[in-house]
Design a protein around this ligand. Structure first.
Ligand code: G6P
Length: 537
């Protein structure tokens, strides 16, 4: 595992930051699990959040149990592994399984269309992992309810098909024990986004067929380095992230194009954004962006020759090093890297909205083709709305696109027979809402981020509300053709998704940030129209 600096300014900022950390005895204190490092206000939380530092060793206890679970699933032909979990409870297994090239369906959405895709997979081979540290996350609770009913309706005993991962004493543990579901208890002294090497990362990955022991071996190899003052890759990366951010380079571009690890930037995005984005400061990861030489950008190359900083190593070690670096960057930024004070705001307003008789949708200020525009704008058409938003981004700010849509819908697009891979990719990109990020990025020199709702609420959502108040926000929602009821709840997934969008919108508007919501009255046509408008903006 190596971390190296490839740019002079970053090397200087990092070595001055590392010098301060070493003078304070940080590596030794962190290795010893000292909870006083982040100050008095953070001490109580840190005291119960440093377990990730020893997971490469302590998680080994889980291996026999995981082996049995995986063996049983294989023996029963349960090869369709579905994981219901948000944020820290699904982002790591997604990377682990994609990198190991084993199939895992991740449900971290309330989009009815996307959930239906999972529900249409053959039920007779399905095993569902329900993962939630708190045991009270509304999306995960909804997925559990939907699957329980589906299994029962098919005459399948859910107890043979559902595995629960949660903290000891959570409401989900109680539900699971009552229902007879196998429960794997997670280490309670590890926060959600630091839980990659805990039961949250390992259970679904082992069931899907990934080599989780190897992951722990790779992480354990770097463990002894983490107490060192020099040659400590966690300290070197943390000093670079924090030192650069203090010097104004607080937008983090992650270049993983040459890495054999698949999708690590999305996991890093949650870890860094949710850990550092608070008290008006923070580091904003910009996933999928090309470096453009902006003065506030720091480029980290993962297994790549490019970038201001280069981080090389296997996945297990990457998880541990990035967690350590984030905790250290938090120290330098003088924030508590283990809490997420603003995530609860959107949750509370969503809950309040769901209690209302009808969702307060308001009236569109403009309708352009299949796209309704809500919010304040003086533009006359959709390209005008987008261009107004781009112009509203401050010199040190960013534009965040948040799409409460089906992440897989682009694959529904018609691809003519005989199309080659390039033609297929072009067709998918032209139907993918995520293409909007790259199109808008061409029209501004400021960073443009893209998040799928509600997934991003458990990640960059904290940064949007708690970080520097220089964001401009574009929310996208869409009409629901075939909704999914949530058994035992008065709402459908579609209603929940819309309430989540409106709840977060309210939290952003309260801060006076420029925010517009686009509603696609026809999703496929709306996406195509929007992408065209972005090219004219
Ligand atoms: O694992 P859970 O308790 O269901 O939490 C899932 C996610 O929810 C919250 O939004 C937290 O901010 C995330 O850090 C966490 O990963």
């Amino acid at each position: 595992m190596t971390v190296s600096y490839r740019e002079e300014g970053v090397a200087e900022a990092a070595s001055s930051a590392a010098g301060r950390l070493v003078a304070d005895g940080v590596p030794a204190r962190l290795a010893a699990g000292d909870p006083t490092l982040w100050g008095a206000d953070a001490e109580a939380v840190a005291a119960v959040r440093l377990g990730w530092l020893t997971l490469p060793r302590t998680s080994r206890e889980l291996l026999p149990e995981l082996g049995k679970l995986a063996e049983r699933a294989r023996a029963e032909g349960l090869t369709n592994v579905v994981l219901a979990g948000m944020g820290g409870s699904s982002l790591a297994p997604e990377v682990i399984c994609a990198t190991a090239d084993v199939p895992l369906t991740v449900l971290d959405t309330t989009d009815p269309g996307q959930v239906r895709r999972a529900l249409e997979e053959p039920l007779d081979t399905t095993i569902l992992v329900v993962a939630s540290k708190s045991g009270s996350t509304v999306e995960t609770d909804s997925h559990l309810r939907v699957y329980e009913e589906l299994f029962r309706e098919a005459g399948i005993d859910p107890a043979g098909r559902i595995v629960v991962v949660t903290d000891p004493g959570s409401p989900l543990e109680r539900t699971a024990v009552d229902a007879g579901y196998p429960v794997v208890l997670a280490a309670p002294d590890v926060g959600g986004r630091y839980s990659a090497l805990s039961a949250f990362g390992l259970v679904p990955s082992a069931l899907a067929g990934a080599d989780v022991k190897r992951l722990l071996d790779d992480a354990e190899e770097v463990l002894p380095l983490l107490s060192l003052d020099t040659g400590n890759p966690g300290l070197d990366l943390g000093a670079a992230l924090g030192g650069a951010a203090l010097a104004g380079r607080d937008k983090l571009i992650l270049d993983d194009r040459l890495s054999s690890i698949s999708g690590l930037p999305e996991w890093i995005e949650q870890l860094v954004a949710e850990s550092t984005g608070k008290d008006g400061v923070g580091i904003l990861p910009v996933v999928g962006a090309e470096p453009n030489g902006a003065r506030d950008e720091l480029v980290v190359g993962i297994d790549s020759d490019d970038g201001d900083v280069r981080v090389e190593g296997p996945l297990g070690a990457q998880f541990l090093i990035w967690e350590y670096a984030t905790a250290v960057a938090g120290l330098l930024l003088e924030i508590d890297p283990f809490d997420q004070p603003n995530v609860a705001e959107s949750k509370a307003s969503t809950a309040a909205l769901l209690d209302m008789e009808a969702l307060p949708l308001g009236e569109p200020v403009l309708v352009d083709g299949p796209v309704e525009v809500y919010g304040s704008t003086s533009a006359k058409d959709l390209p005008g709305v987008l261009s107004e938003l781009l112009h509203a981004v401050p010199d040190d700010g960013y534009l965040a696109v948040m799409a409460y849509l089906d992440r897989l819908s682009a694959f529904d697009v018609f691809v003519p027979d005989g199309a080659d891979f390039e033609q297929m990719t072009d067709a998918w990109m032209a139907a993918d809402p995520a293409t909007l990020r790259a199109l808008l990025a061409l029209r501004t020199d400021r960073p443009v981020t893209f998040g799928w709702g509600p997934r991003f609420l458990h990640s960059t959502g904290q940064y949007h509300k708690g970080g520097p108040q220089n964001g401009v926000f574009l929310l996208i929602t869409g009409a629901v053709a075939d909704d999914v009821p949530v058994p035992g709840r008065p709402y459908t997934l579609g209603e929940l998704q819309l309430a989540q969008a409106l709840g977060d919108l309210g939290a952003l508007l309260q801060r006076g940030r420029p925010t517009v919501r686009l509603h696609l009255t026809d999703r496929a046509a709306g996406v195509a129209y929007l992408l065209e408008a972005a090219q004219e903006a």
